[in-house]
Design a protein around this ligand. Structure first.
Ligand code: HDE
Length: 690
């Protein structure tokens, strides 16, 4: 066999050397240079492959083990590197180095969905994880939060039940990544403590437009501890600089078909183009006297603290400025641990948090296969660290000497004695007496106020505007309509909702076509709380094109001047202009020039844009009237409450798509301002909501 014959395999005629350029020499994992990476070692050209082929065996062996168990929850995620800068002096509250005004701390952040597997879609109705690892100079602090400030359950003991019920059903292994099925609603309707979280889950909070446009919350009450050891209670908030923005349900459903990676791609591309996402870190600080005066328990993770009662104070900024170099090494192997805490911050007795302190450490061992997972670069502290823990699978450190125990007197003999505890620098657990953390008998009970399951669910519902309330009612109808156990589950759920709001319960019962059931007994009668604007998405959106994408539909005959003016206007408003044409190669414009498209019409439906403009001449419009994808493009933009700008000649396409005039339907001149909003008032024209 000639040399050329061997090396040409698999390169379409290009030689191996040409394809490789000046690359480094390929070796085995043990450093042996490899002569041929195309052909296994055989006994004769057509004979059996030899066991002796260590190159083949090593390559296949390693490949066979490339996958590790995915996270039991939050399996699908996207990560990014960044920096946190402390912008306010809170040394009176916390001694943590990460909060020293002006300090910059490297971070790694991972956003995730909860229920779906690692390969599932990005846009199901689901809670989003918002986990931040701060590599502080006093060790790693992990703030492992969600995009919703409360949780489904109050006690860690219920977590396996929650997760089993929401994940795909045990026998049939579906549905993937969704709560709209029997077992979830069966369980949730039997657990009134879930009601507040269900209100959030059924709102558009679970349909974020982008990770960049959602809030994050630490959920639990934590403590801040100052240099004198004085503790205060704290809740952590992340506020997105781009404002809040969610999609609507029909749009989210269609996004699943248009782009499984919608949010992953959005994050990657924003960072890649230097459009760095930012959040402000806010704290709500309060003391024991405040905690005791509230009608809820601050240790109950199904409750929030209204921002109107304790305003959020901004103390720093998070900027994500670097994409991972390798998804597996970083985003997959990153291990977040709520138990990663630093001096100046402490846990509260929230029973959900206490359970998490165990779970995350434990799960890393089964996911990453070793107790040494902290040595993986993405998990390793960036400050010096060392102790007397030794050995274990995949040990990569090579500690010298005999000091693997403490106390020792090896130093007295001139040997290295190893590190020692530090009374000044070490983490000190705050005295439990500094909080309402009761200690005493061993009891399997919950504190009294945990029994109030409805007051804050009511607070949330009543803080929404009319459109948001309609979305919540319709989501309950949608989800419960997917439940096969129709006789028992929906009535039970609606019976719970009667404790939240009678009108909501009626709307859901009507939407399902069932009689209004009896109100379920409440373990504790709800109280009315003052509505809070901070709980509404619509009251916290920003009129801006920043971070948003505008789809501009063009075709043969479109006017070059109109296109250029529009692109310039969108870009000067900091938006992203994306040209869509029937052929990706481009459109032949009225001046004879060819304009290349960024996306082909069939693969770029309007749901991937925040607003659309239709820039057509008469000829192009006539052709597109016969294109289902073009009519659908406009129809969906209208149905998804987006601004639509159109050139005069494009009007027939708008008419065919059923577009009716409103503030969001403009000519090209008024489009950029219109595109900064969504048109929720339009919704009754396009769909009936519960
Ligand atoms: Fe988690 N959760 N969780 N969780 N969680 C995990 O840890 C768990 C809870 C959250 O991007 C797991 O490393 C228990 C609340 C995020 O890697 C696991 C309880 C909040 C992530 C686990 C909770 C979260 C996880 C799976 C109830 C919001 C993804 C893999 C006591 C404050 C982190 C892993 C990432 C992941 C357990 C409740 C957020 C199994 C037992 C409340 C963002 O350890």
């Amino acid at each position: 066999m000639t040399e050329a014959f061997k090396t040409n395999q698999g390169h379409g005629g290009e030689t191996h050397q040409q394809a490789q350029g000046d690359a480094a020499v390929l070796t085995t994992n043990h450093g042996v240079p490899i002569f041929d990476n195309q052909n296994s070692l055989k006994s004769g050209a057509r004979g059996p492959t030899l066991l002796e082929d260590f190159v083949l065996r090593e390559k296949i062996f390693h490949f066979d083990h490339e996958r590790i168990p995915e996270r039991i929850v939050h399996a699908r995620g996207s990560g990014a590197h960044g920096v946190f800068e402390a912008t306010d002096d809170i040394s009176d509250l916390s001694r943590a180095a990460v909060f020293t005004k002006g300090a910059k701390t490297e971070v790694f952040v991972r956003f995730s969905t909860v229920a779906g597997g690692a390969g599932s879609v990005d846009t199901p109705r689901d809670v989003r994880g918002f986990a931040v690892k701060f590599y502080t100079r006093e060790g790693n602090w992990d703030l492992v939060g969600n995009n919703i400030p409360v949780f489904f359950i109050q006690d860690a003991l219920k977590f396996p039940d929650l997760v089993h019920s929401v994940k795909m059903e045990a026998d049939r292994a579906y549905p993937q990544a969704g709560s709209a099925h029997d077992t979830f609603w069966d369980w949730a309707s039997l657990m009134p403590e879930t009601t507040h979280m269900l209100m959030w889950a059924m709102s558009d909070r679970t349909l974020p437009r982008s990770f960049r446009m959602m809030e994050g919350f630490g959920v639990h009450t934590f403590k801040l501890v100052n240099a004198q050891g004085k503790a205060s209670f704290v809740k952590f908030h992340w506020k997105p600089r781009l404002g809040l923005q969610s999609t609507i349900w029909d749009e989210a459903l269609k996004l699943q078909a248009a782009d499984n990676d919608y949010q992953r791609r959005d994050l990657w591309e924003a960072i890649d183009t230097g459009d760095f996402p930012q959040w402000d870190l806010g704290i709500q600080v309060f003391d024991e006297a405040f905690a005791e005066a509230q009608p809820y328990d601050v240790l109950d993770a199904t409750k929030l603290i209204p921002e109107d009662d304790v305003p959020v104070r901004i103390i720093g900024t998070l900027t994500l400025n670097r994409n991972p170099d390798n998804f597996f090494a970083e985003t997959e192997q990153v291990a977040f641990l709520p138990s990663n805490i630093v001096p100046g911050i402490d846990f509260s007795n929230d029973p959900l948090l206490q359970g998490r302190l165990f779970s995350y450490l434990d799960t890393q061992n089964s996911r990453l296969g070793t107790t040494n997972f902290h040595q993986i670069p993405i998990n390793a502290p960036r400050c010096p660290f060392g102790n007397f823990q030794r050995d274990g699978k995949m040990q990569t450190q090579v500690p010298k000497g005999r000091a693997n125990y403490e106390p020792n007197s090896l130093a007295a003999h001139g040997e290295e004695g190893g590190p020692r505890e530090s009374a000044e620098r070490g983490f000190v657990t705050t005295n439990a007496a500094t909080g309402p953390d009761e200690q005493g008998e061993k009891l399997r009970v919950r504190a009294e106020l945990f029994a109030d399951h409805y007051s804050q669910a009511r607070l949330f519902y009543r803080s929404q505007d009319a459109h948001e309330q309609a979305h919540i009612a319709s989501s309950f109808v949608f989800e419960l309509s997917k439940v096969g156990l129709l006789d028992q589950v929906p009535p039970r759920m609606v019976g719970n909702l009667r404790n939240v709001d009678e009108e909501l319960a009626k709307r859901v019962a009507d939407g399902l076509g069932i009689d209004l059931p009896e109100r379920n007994d409440a373990a504790r009668e709800p109280v009315d709380m003052d509505p809070s604007d901070a709980l509404s998405i619509h009251k916290n959106m920003k009129a801006t094109l920043e971070g948003r994408a505008v789809g501009i539909l063009i075709a043969d005959g479109s006017d070059a001047g109109e296109i250029d003016a529009l692109v310039a206007a969108v870009e000067s408003a900091k938006g992203k202009a994306v040209l869509v044409a029937p052929k990706v190669g481009g459109a032949k414009l009225s001046d004879g020039s060819v304009r290349k498209a960024d996306g082909q019409l069939a693969g770029s439906p309007s749901q991937i844009f925040d607003a659309v403009a239709i820039v057509l001449g008469e000829e192009g419009c006539k052709a597109l009237l016969k294109e289902g994808a073009a009519v659908q493009f406009v129809m969906d933009a209208f149905g998804h409450l987006k601004a639509i700008g159109a050139s005069a000649a494009a009007r027939p396409l708008l008419d065919k798509a059923g577009v009716e005039p409103d503030g969001g339907v403009t000519d090209l001149g008024g489009f950029v301002d219109a595109a900064k909003h969504r048109y929720y008032d339009r919704e009754p024209k396009v769909r009936t909501l519960a």
